[in-house]
Design a binder for this molecule. Structure first.
Ligand SMILES: [Zn+2]
Length: 226
């Protein structure tokens, strides 16, 4: 008997819209995704790209998630409840500072994109550090100080919270120290700041200040002059 599947992932119920093209965030090439594929390798630049439309909602509770989506589901969903709680607290704390909140979300989104090929990184640490550091160093006037215990409030244990704070500190050091989470947050922050720089940075100078291969590809793609 074939393994049972949840209806959301069963191909018999799929339509043409369940297969779609996504532009690679690193090189701009088109990547064809089937809706249940969490990650694909871009044939243009070789970076693993996350499926932006995948619904991992069912994978958080479905006992067949591993058969449906593969073994890396835990990696993708374990951090979700903590990150969503942190994003909600941050939105509340920064309700009068929408630009600062948007910058924090931008650093977080970039860190998320850069994290896909870095399998040894702890998504809880890098996502929390990206959000909080983005809120801390956003290039806008600050009105409110953030509560110091946001990681704990979001449900992180003391040890992981201290890794978050250490990652935030070290991601701002130059040269950037070793460590997957530190390097991802460092490059996400540099890229987010570059997006607000006037005039726009030279793509090669920007690429030189980044440590991850995927971040350099992203910098060259976003800032190339044509
Ligand atoms: Zn690509």
């Amino acid at each position: 008997m074939p393994a049972p599947k949840c209806p959301g992932q069963d191909m018999r119920y799929w339509t043409a819209e369940d297969i779609f093209d996504v532009a690679c965030p690193f090189c701009g090439d088109e990547i064809e995704f089937w809706k249940d594929e969490p990650i694909r390798l871009c044939s243009g630049c070789g970076v693993e790209v996350r499926n932006p439309r995948i619904d991992l909602g069912c994978a958080k509770w479905c006992k067949f998630a591993e058969e449906c989506l593969g073994k890396n589901v835990d990696h993708l969903t374990a951090a979700a409840p903590i990150i969503e709680t942190l994003r909600a607290s941050l939105a509340k704390a920064l309700k009068d500072e929408p630009k600062r909140l948007a910058f924090a979300e931008e650093v977080h989104r970039l860190a998320d994109t850069l994290a896909v090929p870095e399998r040894e990184a702890d998504p809880r640490v890098l996502k929390c550090a990206a959000l909080l550091l983005g809120a801390d160093v956003a290039p806008f006037p600050k009105h409110a100080d953030l509560p110091q215990d946001l990681p704990e409030q979001a449900g992180l244990d003391a040890e992981t919270s201290s890794s978050v704070r250490q990652t935030m500190d070290e991601a701002q050091s130059s040269p950037c120290p070793e460590g997957a989470e530190i390097r991802i947050v460092h490059d996400a922050l540099v890229l987010a700041q570059a997006q607000h720089a006037a005039p726009p940075p030279n793509p090669e100078t920007l690429a030189d200040s980044l440590v991850l291969h995927s971040a350099r590809l992203l910098a060259r793609h976003r800032f190339q002059s044509d």
